[in-house]
Design a protein around this ligand. Structure first.
Ligand SMILES: Cc1ncc(COP(=O)(O)O)c(C=O)c1O
Length: 451
């Protein structure tokens, strides 16, 4: 497989740029990186690692040399910032009282959290099930959809990611995760096109037409029981129109197909609303949550669904050891309380206006920027060699990423050429400006070198 085919979910760790990056590391760091690489199974997006971190606080992670990175990546767990003091205190209190709850028992904090979480949803979405990670939440959603509909096939989007396990990659589309895996363990899933605005092939440029593909697949496959997609695609930041989602909802209803929205990386304020589907005036059947749900402190994930789908009491949909995790639930509850008490959603809406202005200025200044897309504090800059051909500027994107890392700004590159920015939502304007300066300098350097 060519390296460029692997540049989908993030930057790979075996490129020449990565080799050069190691040149600037000190002896102690390289020693630990080598030890790590000798201990862990190697994977294209993690081991061997980039650097060794020691601590984190707010928007920063700090490595063992004392170098600080503004973390605009954070694997999407850090909506309320690292080591958020409010959340940390609540988790510490819970740790002293009840850190674990065996499965046949429930506990107060879990009930309190479930009730708070459900209160944030439209009234039809009022049943919850917790799991220790996002992939498991996706697995639970797929299982529930089979029980509810009696149909075992799934439609998802090309090049999508819903977790790395065999059931999740069966519905995901990313080659990175499917290589060597043979046939999907589930009945074959059908992938349809991502709704794209920048690389849209329709004459009128509307993304609404992508929904027709779903209808075609459903017409031909009566065994499809669910459609799963990210409401807004996190990796290369694809933001569908309201018309697209309304049409998808209507098609799902027409064919009695459950609509599963994967909001694992984008819920809890990332888009300026608590949940991304609120932008679209639609109600999903199942929502998958994770990542920031545990505030970057405790792993926890969930599905939220409708009371009428509470129909599988004779089997186990989840059954995870840490299902009613008091620590996870205390982190989740405190994270939501923090968002509410500090009016983070309206802060994000204001930051979006500011960031959009800055992004559009950069696009005017640098021809390498083909497109900027964003909502709330989720932004993508798509780099192209030529604005007419839209040829992806892949090595340029990688160079910019390493340049920014060197200067203290961490973010990921998606699809090989999209710089993706996902800062903690608590970021200040001063910090935002500092990050923009690092990015501008890197864009200047690459534009200058290429001329
Ligand atoms: C859209 C999406 N779904 C599911 C997952 C899987 O979550 P986890 O890694 O917590 O299992 C991810 C993780 O990156 C994701 O981005």
């Amino acid at each position: 497989m060519k390296e460029n085919n692997l540049l989908t979910e993030g930057d790979v760790n075996f490129s020449d740029a990565r080799k050069s990056w190691y040149q600037i590391m000190d002896f102690d760091t390289m020693k630990l990186l080598d030890e790590d690489a000798n201990l862990f199974l190697h994977q294209a997006l993690s081991t061997p690692c980039l650097d060794v971190i020691e601590s984190c606080e707010g928007i920063y992670i700090t490595d063992i040399r004392g170098k600080k990175y503004m973390d605009f990546h954070g694997n999407s767990v850090h909506q309320v910032g690292y080591r958020n003091p409010y959340v940390l205190e609540k988790v510490k209190q819970q740790m002293d009282l009840l850190p674990f709850s065996p499965r046949r028992f429930t506990n107060k904090i879990t009930i309190e959290f479930a009730s708070k979480l459900i209160s944030l949803f439209p009234s039809h979405l009022n049943r919850v099930l917790f799991a220790p990670g996002g992939t498991s939440a996706v697995g639970m959603a797929l299982k529930l959809a089979r029980v509810v509909t009696g149909k075992h096939q799934v439609v998802s989007l090309n090049d999508s990611f819903h977790g790395a396990s065999l059931d999740a990659i069966a519905v995901g589309g990313e080659e990175q995760f499917k290589k060597y895996m043979g046939n999907a363990i589930t009945e074959e899933a059908n992938n349809i096109s991502q709704p794209s605005t920048y690389r849209n092939h329709f004459k009128d440029g509307l993304d609404l037409h992508y929904a027709d593909e779903l209808e075609k697949v459903l017409e031909q496959n009566p065994q499809v029981g669910a459609f799963i997609a990210e409401t807004i695609r996190n990796t290369d930041v694809q933001i569908p129109s309201k018309a697209y989602w309304k049409k998808i909802r209507q098609i799902c209803d027409q064919y009695q197909v459950l609509l599963i929205l994967d909001e694992i990386p984008i819920a809890f304020g990332r888009t300026g609303k608590m949940f991304a589907f609120e932008h679209y005036e639609i109600e999903p059947d199942i929502v998958c949550l994770g990542k920031g749900l545990g505030a970057g402190i405790i792993p926890i994930a969930a599905i939220v669904t409708r009371d009428k789908y509470n129909v599988a009491s004779d089997i186990s949909i989840g059954h995870y050891t840490h299902e009613k995790s008091p620590l996870g639930c205390s982190a989740g509850l405190a994270m939501i309380e923090y968002l509410e008490q500090n009016e983070i959603l309206s802060k994000v809406q204001n930051d979006e206006i500011y960031f959009r202005e800055k992004m559009l200025e950069l696009q005017k200044q640098f021809p390498i920027i083909g497109d900027v897309r964003g909502i709330g504090m989720l932004w993508g800059i798509e780099l192209v060699k030529d604005r007419t051909t839209k040829e992806k500027a892949i090595s340029e994107a990688e160079q910019i990423m390493y340049q920014c890392l060197e200067n203290g700004l961490s973010f990921k590159v998606s699809q090989g050429n999209v710089l993706q920015f996902c800062p903690p939502l608590i970021i200040t304007r001063i910090e935002l400006d500092a990050a923009l300066t690092i990015l501008t300098n890197a864009l200047e350097k690459i534009s200058f070198n290429n001329n």
